[in-house]
Design a protein around this ligand. Structure first.
Ligand SMILES: Cc1cc2nc3c(=O)[nH]c(=O)nc-3n(C[C@H](O)[C@H](O)[C@H](O)COP(=O)(O)O)c2cc1C
Length: 363
């Protein structure tokens, strides 16, 4: 399987399968002398970790991350610093129950990657969906935690803004609410409604899709290359690379199609400190593929989890028509745990573009 690496100058390579002994990643190109501890990576791992509420898979993974290389404390007992050499991260799989998946070893779940992996490679690790499992995204979150530290002042935040047919009320948006409910929801009222809705979905053995919004603050103007290395192009590719993602928007996104030119163009004035100040941010912080200095705004839609209890029509490896229903432990809405993953992908893109900008233009 080729193409397991992402990024140019801040480049990650992830490895491992859902039910193998461990997963992990190697980060190549991280600048030296950045303070880094396992604990600060773990904060982000704990937000993505499964089994934290009844609305996510009950698989009990601790997702403890270990730094195997690329850091050193020049003074004994002092803070570890990155050395500029490859950083290798390891996350052990401690709660894999492969027998839950034996029924799908020969069957193709509709909506999952069983059919395409078999068609492409002629072999697939069906245990926990192997490399097609979102377990791989734990490595992205670990790498993203380091990427956040590469860009001075960078803050990346994510929120769930729609579950099934229910969007949040954006007038109630409160970032402080995001860590107060099991959904990363910035609207406390909608979080309560989602709880009842998802309880029902889960009891029926069904699943639903969702929309996630990710915002990067303190991104300086100038990141991005204007033709084939557009910042928005790379953010879209990054988000689309997450499992189950079916659509990505930047700024006003698809909504821009129904705006007039007057409504859409972000007007500019000189702010109190003499710096250009945009009056709105329909562009999502990017013009001509280059960051404006406004927050970067991306949204992505995830489809409903394909592993559901309701029988669906499919075929098996012998070419017979069968019905498939999936047992095992699955997320009724993968959008919840996709929030920290989206944040990580945004951080990885910004860190990579920060280094690419520095390489071409200077510090
Ligand atoms: C955080 C997260 C958790 C996921 N959990 C599950 C799951 O429990 N069961 C499942 O069938 N798919 C799950 N998925 C989606 C599958 O990994 C994905 O649908 C599959 O790899 C096929 O790829 P595609 O949907 O991108 O085409 C999850 C996705 C994400 C982002």
């Amino acid at each position: 399987m080729s193409h397991n690496s992402f990024g140019h100058l801040f480049r990650i390579t992830t490895w491992g399968e859902s039910h193998g002994p461990a997963i992990g990643c190697v980060i190549d190109g991280c600048p030296p002398r950045i303070p880094l501890s396992e604990a600060e990576i773990q904060v982000h791992m704990d937000r993505r970790r499964p089994g934290q509420s009844r609305y996510t898979t009950q698989r009990r993974e601790t997702d403890q991350v270990r730094i195997l290389s690329g850091v050193f404390a020049p003074d004994e007992g002092e803070q570890l610093l990155t050395t500029g050499t490859p950083i290798s991260l390891l996350i052990e799989n401690v709660d894999a129950r492969s027998k839950d998946y034996s029924e799908i070893s020969q069957a193709y779940r509709p909506g999952h990657a069983d059919f395409t992996y078999q068609a492409k490679y002629g072999i697939r690790d069906w245990r926990g969906s192997g490399r097609a499992s979102a377990r791989e995204t734990a490595s992205r979150v670990a790498a993203g935690a380091i990427a956040r530290k590469v860009v001075p002042g960078l803050i990346v935040r994510g929120a769930l803004v729609q579950v099934g047919p229910y969007p949040i009320d954006r007038t109630r948006w409160d970032w402080n609410e995001v860590d107060q409910n099991p959904f990363f929801c910035p609207d406390p009222e909608m979080a309560r409604q989602w709880a009842d809705y998802l309880d029902n979905v889960r009891k029926q053995g069904s699943s639903v899709g969702a929309v996630i919004e990710v915002i990067a603050y303190n991104v300086p103007p100038g990141l991005g290359a204007p033709v084939y290395g557009k910042l928005d192009q790379d953010i879209a590719g990054a988000m689309m690379s997450i499992n189950a993602v079916k659509g990505v928007e930047i700024g006003a996104g698809f909504g821009a199609a129904s705006l007039t030119g007057e409504e859409n163009a972000d007007e500019i004035r000189i702010g109190p400190e003499g710096v250009p100040e945009f009056q709105t941010n329909n562009a999502g912080g990017i013009l001509g593929g280059i960051s404006t200095g406004q927050p970067l705004i991306a949204r992505f839609a995830v489809k409903p989890t394909s592993s559901i209890l309701t029988p669906r029509r499919s075929i098996n490896q012998a070419g017979e028509e069968i019905d498939v229903s999936t047992k095992g432990r699955h997320d009724p809405c993968v959008g919840i745990r996709a929030v920290p993953v989206g944040e990580a992908m945004m951080a990885l893109v910004v860190a990579d573009h920060h280094l690419r900008h520095r390489a071409q233009i200077g510090g």
